[in-house]
Design a protein around this ligand. Structure first.
Ligand SMILES: NC(=O)c1ccc[n+]([C@@H]2O[C@H](COP(=O)([O-])OP(=O)(O)OC[C@H]3O[C@@H](n4cnc5c(N)ncnc54)[C@H](OP(=O)(O)O)[C@@H]3O)[C@@H](O)[C@H]2O)c1
Length: 272
């Protein structure tokens, strides 16, 4: 499978992908590839197909049990490591074993560094939150990951981290889609300099909703592509998952159109 990417009709390259700046000099592609429930050979093939289709950002987690497959696909794509933005996550049951967990992730992913390491869920004991966050910051300071952030955190939980350490999470990865749209939550992240990264864009969407169908028809695309483009036009990171080659490609083919201000407002209103 080596060399799959070379010689293909050019998919969008890293330089052409819309990105959002993170702390330091890191930039995060707004479109990423989700890998939850993409395990084993199917997971490996899905990630390889995603890289071939032009995704340059892969989202995994220790809990997904597929870091080895993700690492192997990146290696065999023949892309340079620095051309792929790679995220993994610390599970809640690893509190107190953060260093050993990131080392295991790096080994499985066959890489020297992550681009983003997230706390997957707030620790069940609230008293653990600050010490865990300090461990992530230490891993960043040692160069094991370029940036650090959180997932499934509320704004008040983020504020607690900032107040205690004066270090702002680069990213908060939360469930997000048109039907979950909340202007205030989006603004609260922006005001703090936290990039909002949405997950489960399809699972939380009604892809047959008439508003999405009408806007999709107007652009000659699918409602799923409209949902993804809506994230991009809001500068919200989105990480659709698929193990189906046609869907993997279609979900990346969202840069040939953009939504009007009125269409964006109509989709925002689905969050009613
Ligand atoms: N931080 C967290 O706690 C957390 C939680 C959940 C998810 N995530 C991350 O976010 C990623 C995405 O979320 P998700 O996997 O929950 O859900 P999702 O991306 O919203 O949906 C995936 C489902 O949609 C299907 N699908 C893919 N493309 C489609 C299309 N164009 N039209 C119709 N259906 C389509 C997929 O089917 P096929 O695969 O069969 O094609 C799969 O069943 C995850 O993979 C993971 O990386 C993070």
């Amino acid at each position: 499978m080596a060399g799959l990417i070379r010689g293909r009709t050019a998919a969008m390259t890293t330089a052409e992908q819309p990105t959002v700046p993170l702390a330091g000099d890191a930039r995060m592609p707004l479109l990423g590839f989700g890998t939850w429930q993409a395990t084993g050979e199917a997971g490996y093939k899905a990630v390889l197909a995603a890289l071939d289709a032009g995704y340059r950002h892969i989202d995994t987690a220790t809990m997904y049990g597929n870091e080895e497959e993700v690492g192997r696909a990146i290696k065999e794509s023949d892309l340079r490591r620095e051309d792929v933005f790679l995220t993994t996550k610390l599970p809640p049951d690893r509190v107190g074993r953060e260093r050993e967990t990131i080392e295991a992730s790096l080994r499985a992913l066959d890489t020297d560094y992550l681009d983003l390491w997230l706390i997957h869920w707030p620790p069940s004991s609230p008293g653990d939150s600050i010490p865990v966050w300090r461990e992530l910051l230490a891993a960043r300071d040692e160069g094991l990951t370029r940036t650090v952030g959180v997932s499934n955190y509320s704004i008040s939980q983020i504020d607690e981290l900032i107040q205690s350490t004066e270090e702002t999470p680069a990213v908060n990865q939360i469930r997000w889609s048109p039907s979950l749209y909340d202007r205030q939550t989006h603004a609260a992240h922006r005001d703090r300099g936290v990039v909002l990264e949405g997950y489960s864009p399809f699972k939380t969407s009604d892809l047959s909703h008439p508003v999405l169908a009408r806007i999709a028809a107007a652009h000659g695309v699918s409602p799923a592509q409209v949902v993804l483009r809506w994230h991009i036009d809001h500068e919200i990171v989105v990480i659709p998952k698929s193990v189906t080659p046609d869907r993997i490609r279609a979900n990346a083919d969202i840069f040939g159109f953009s939504l009007t201000a009125e269409e964006m407002r109509d989709i925002d209103a689905l969050g009613g």
